[in-house]
Design a protein around this ligand. Structure first.
Ligand code: ADP
Ligand code: MG
Length: 89
């Protein structure tokens, strides 16, 4: 069963939201490509539908409001997306 864990921490002027799943993650050399528009991983091509735009849109939208998207693999298994948002003044 798919599990998604969402958590957050507050730093000085930011909130960082972590969204983590229990899937296979992504080969480390592919991590940087996930936010390239229309990029789809090899597994996704056969096992999932999609256009390869979701993460690219999230990254751009966050940049526009002064935030940031960072993707990494969890130490055991799964992908983690860190979403940094500026706190309201
Ligand atoms: N949670 C995830 N775990 C592993 N790979 C992922 C995950 N999310 C996205 N990917 C990889 O990044 C590619 C692009 O994802 P995304 O931008 O979300 O596209 P889409 O809009 O098609 O869902 C996917 O084809 C897949 O290879
Ligand atoms: Mg997606």
């Amino acid at each position: 069963m798919a599990r998604v864990q969402v958590s957050h921490v507050q730093t000085g002027d930011s909130i960082i939201i972590a969204v983590r799943d229990n899937g296979p993650g992504v080969p480390p050399e592919k991590l940087q490509q996930l936010t390239t528009p229309f990029f789809r991983g090899d597994t996704a091509r056969t096992a999932a539908t999609g256009a390869g735009l979701g993460l690219a849109i999230v990254k751009k939208a966050l940049q526009r409001i002064g935030g940031e998207l960072t993707l990494s693999n969890a130490s055991d298994s799964g992908l983690i997306a860190h979403i940094r948002l500026k706190r309201a003044a």
